[in-house]
Unconditional design. Structure first.
Length: 246
């Protein structure tokens, strides 16, 4: 399976950063065996997609409705209209701060699909849930609730992101990554059959140029969702190179 390395810029980036976005796209262009994408703040999707028409620019969220009275929200159709090719849905920062439920995330993923966007659906346990021995049941529960019935690898990826690993510099043990990705794969195949076998399972949480080679050679780690290390070509490129070599 081709690996996908997707950057999540979170609430970072102004128009002055469009040059850095172009530099990242141009730095990774030589690695044709790896899919890459940059999920940007909504304000930068249009300008970046205009400058980089062939590159996979994405959003970081979308509303489940096509349009309507949802002040401040952005629909999947709006992202697509601005030139996005994909969007993240269900990031733990949104689940926590905006109270997004699994049903919300499922609706958002379906809205992305309806607008012609690919979706990266995020799941992951908190540290307290892991300490209580509930990591797998929490993640598999989120997975069941957040994925639409028509999920398959042609348009959807799953990102396993332990909440406690995001932005902390900490990552799970390789045994724990292996066990969780195997459990997610088994659940995807049980629900979606061959379609589930083709869904990419990304790892996310403090992936960087130092740990990417090890993480990306774990079975069923089909790429990465990268926060902090996606903000510059200097940090993003080594992860893409590790994916190309894995
Ligand atoms: C993320 O927010 O999706 C993420 C993985 O962040 P970081 O790489 O900074 O931990």
């Amino acid at each position: 399976m081709r690996k996908l390395i997707a950057g999540n810029w979170k609430m970072n980036g102004l128009s002055a950063d469009l040059g850095a976005i172009e530099a990242i796209a141009s730095a990774v262009a030589g690695h044709s065996g790896v899919d890459t994408a940059l999920c940007l703040p909504a304000t930068l999707v249009g300008p970046a997609a205009t400058r980089l028409p062939g590159y996979a620019i994405g959003g970081q969220d979308c509303h489940m409705a096509v349009s309507g009275a949802h002040t401040g929200c952005v629909s999947a159709a709006m992202l697509a209209d601005a030139g996005a090719k994909l969007t993240i849905v269900g990031h733990s920062e949104r689940r926590a701060a905006q109270g997004e439920s699994d049903a919300d995330v499922r609706g958002k993923a379906s809205a992305a699909r309806a607008a012609g966007l690919n979706a990266i659906v995020c799941v992951g346990e908190t540290e307290a849930e892991r300490d209580a021995g509930q990591a797998e049941s929490v993640v598999l529960g989120q997975l069941q609730g957040s994925l639409p019935d028509d999920a398959n690898g042609s348009w959807l990826s799953v990102a396993y992101e332990p909440v406690w690993a995001i932005g902390t510099g900490r990552i799970p043990s390789i045994d724990d990554v292996t066990a969780m990705h195997d459990a997610i794969r088994n659940a995807l195949v049980a629900r979606f059959g061959e379609g589930g076998a083709a869904i990419r399972i990304l790892y996310g949480g403090s992936m960087n140029g130092d740990n990417a080679a090890v993480l990306l050679t774990v079975a069923n780690v089909d790429g990465g969702l990268i926060g902090g290390a996606s903000l510059s070509a200097e940090k993003f490129l080594p992860i893409v190179e590790a994916a190309a070599a894995a």
